[in-house]
Design a protein around this ligand. Structure first.
Ligand code: F6P
Length: 372
């Protein structure tokens, strides 16, 4: 323990916050961080609804009973929000205009007024970038990388990803018999934002015939070639399963987005239906599409995600204990390491599927088409 911590009379106050889209394993991190902190004699506070709670001073003290029985639960007991950045808080002016206010100074003031000594921010690249900027303004922060998308640099994997892949694989498994029975092409659109990890891993694990990911622009003619080829010879494939990541796009095409409220960040979606319609037009085959959507964020975390969340939570408390701030805990198998937050999420960094990754190369070797 640092001398500053040992001399402190009031108990050390640790604040926890979950930000961005929810993801299986968040409660495992909260439980682990809280229990590790209790063991050190610290007080633990849960900030409610992500950074919104620091603007409204909404936080509640967590006691051992509050984190009991939550390890296996999806969601987050603290609530979350992926719409509020203290650096850009929307406000309506009298003449009906929407303007952005930087309220980060208020957040720093509130954090101190609530008597917090350190913050563990559990979130994806958006949340962790905000946390980094708040760290620069004086809040002692340690980050924990969360997202089903697995798009954070410097950690081999984020918690939540394994559960999302398991859910998507299960969906692909369930599409197989109906596709085969009707000799149809089934197109399933999966989440992942600008990264194709969920689509790639579940597509390979679920035995998809075509996988379209944001890292490889696809040509629909090549996709249709693959579908036709499956009907020839001994392949026996009068049906096909096409997995499309929501951020995938055709060569020269645009990423598909849904209509939004004014000022909202673009929300991806719609590519699956478009791909299905084009396949039907070009091949004459009966085609159906579905969007798996937020089911990928739901349900109990897998064993892997519970364990990773638990390891991350405990490691984050160790980092706070050692005063190692502006860092993020990360998985570097076989161990958990600390990296600088800036190196992980600074300057808009996002991890994407490496084109030479062994999963991708193996998939190609198996004859899975990426539409290129
Ligand atoms: O980042 C997680 C994620 O689920 C993405 O895969 C997806 O694009 C996005 O969040 C959806 O966000 P929302 O919950 O706002 O619809």
């Amino acid at each position: 323990m640092t001398p500053a911590l040992t001399r402190r009379k009031k108990p050390f106050r640790l604040a926890l916050l979950t930000g961005g889209g929810d993801c299986p394993g968040l409660n495992a991190v909260i439980r682990s961080a809280a229990r590790s902190a209790f063991a050190l004699g610290w007080e633990v506070f849960g900030i409610e609804d992500g950074f919104e709670g620091l603007l409204t001073k909404s936080a509640r003290q967590l006691h051992p009973r509050d984190v009991r029985g939550i390890l296996h639960l999806g969601g987050t007991i603290l609530g979350t929000s992926n719409r509020v950045s203290p650096f850009r808080v929307q406000r309506k002016t009298r003449d009906g205009q929407t303007v952005d206010d930087d309220r980060s100074a208020e957040v720093v003031k509130n954090f101190r007024a609530m008597g917090f000594n350190a913050l563990i921010a559990i979130g994806g690249d958006g949340t962790l970038s905000i946390a980094l900027r708040l760290a620069k303004k004086g809040i002692p922060v340690v980050g924990v990388p969360k997202t089903i998308d697995n798009d954070i640099e410097l950690t081999s994997v984020t918690f939540g990803f394994d559960t999302a892949v398991a859910t998507a694989t299960d969906a692909i498994d369930k599409l197989h018999p109906t596709a085969e029975a009707h000799r149809r092409v089934m197109v399933v659109e999966l989440m992942g934002r600008n990264a194709g990890f969920i689509a790639l891993n579940s597509g390979v694990a679920g035995g998809a015939d075509v996988i379209l990911i944001p890292e490889i622009d696809f040509d629909l003619d090549r996709v249709c070639e693959k579908i036709r080829e499956r009907e020839k010879g001994h392949r026996g494939g009068y049906f096909s399963i096409v997995v499309v990541a929501e951020g995938a796009r055709s060569v020269g095409g645009k990423v598909h987005t849904r209509s939004l409220d004014k000022g909202e960040a673009p929300r991806l979606g719609g590519i699956g239906q478009w791909v299905a319609e084009e396949i039907a037009k070009r091949t004459g085959k009966e085609t159906r599409s579905l969007v798996l959507g937020h089911l990928q964020r739901g349900g109990p975390p897998t064993t892997f995600d519970r364990l990773l969340g638990t390891r991350f939570g405990a490691a984050a408390v160790r980092a706070v204990h050692e005063g190692d701030f502006e860092t993020m805990v990360a998985l570097k198998p076989p161990t958990i390491v600390r990296v600088m937050l800036d190196d992980a999420v600074g300057s808009g960094r996002q991890k994407r599927v490496p084109l030479d990754s062994d999963v991708l190369l193996s998939a190609r070797g198996l004859g899975i088409s990426f539409g290129d």
